[in-house]
Design a binder for this molecule. Structure first.
Ligand SMILES: [Fe+2]
Length: 244
């Protein structure tokens, strides 16, 4: 059963977006090799209900550890669809999708299929040393995949480190962000080299990511690689292989 949209969240999203100069945002996005961010962009009426959902979803967190690459917890789209109406309201917001399409210049960008556990997911950094090393959000789809990151809980010294223009030494630069509640980041997953630095003692950081894709078809070989990666590195075998 689909969760009902939350009107106050939908309204807060629409108001925040209406205040933007989309042409200017698109220019910045292109100048930064398909990456743009807005610190403390959403009001508390948007992120507050999502932080409550972060608390409620704690029982569903799946922890993973891949030596020298990543350590942390995650809650998949399957779990969020059952119990996180505020998060789903943002993900499914027509105004937000229009914003993603306008900024990326991709009118075909759309929500990821229901079978994708990353479509919208929470990432919990709760134990000392939780982190993820430098990576791209590689698209296994035939289409281009865009990542939206929204900061929800930020009581940490962890930082999102973004290497813009990684492959162009003349223009390469690093952007270091504390993802405070409401902070919004949008990028092309195959272009932005990024990491989360290790969590300190007694700290906590939780972020939400939303994925949008221009063509959701996938070859069988890539489907297999994608499923194995999700099972091992993120959500666990039971979650990935029994929900499809
Ligand atoms: Fe990532």
């Amino acid at each position: 059963m689909a969760l009902a949209a939350q009107p106050s969240v939908a309204d807060g999203v629409a108001r925040a977006l209406a205040a933007l100069d989309l042409d200017a945002v698109r220019k910045t996005y292109l100048a930064q090799n398909e990456f743009v961010y807005f610190e403390r962009f959403f009001p508390e009426s948007v992120w507050g209900p999502m932080v409550e959902e972060v608390e409620r979803a704690r029982a569903r967190v799946n922890r993973n550890y891949i030596p020298r690459h990543k350590k942390g917890g995650s809650v998949s789209a399957y779990a969020l669809r059952e119990q996180a109406p505020a998060i789903l309201t943002l993900y499914r917001s027509p105004e937000f999708l229009a914003f993603v399409r306008a900024v990326t210049g991709q009118p075909r960008a759309d929500l990821c299929p229901d079978t994708d556990p990353h479509a919208c997911a929470l990432y919990y950094y709760t134990e000392p040393g939780d982190h993820i090393g430098f990576h791209f959000d590689t698209s296994y789809y035939k289409g281009t995949r865009y990542t939206v990151l929204v900061g929800l809980v930020e009581r940490s010294s962890s930082r999102l480190v973004c290497q813009v223009h990684k492959d162009d030494p003349a223009r390469r630069r690093e952007v270091v962000l504390a993802t405070e509640p409401g902070t919004l980041v949008l990028f092309n997953g195959d272009k932005l080299w990024h990491k989360i630095t290790p969590l300190g003692e007694g700290e906590e950081r939780v972020s939400l990511t939303l994925e949008y894709v221009t063509d959701p078809s996938m070859t069988r070989a890539k489907r297999f690689v994608s499923n194995m990666k999700d099972a091992i590195a993120y959500f666990g075998f039971r979650s990935v292989f029994t929900r499809r």
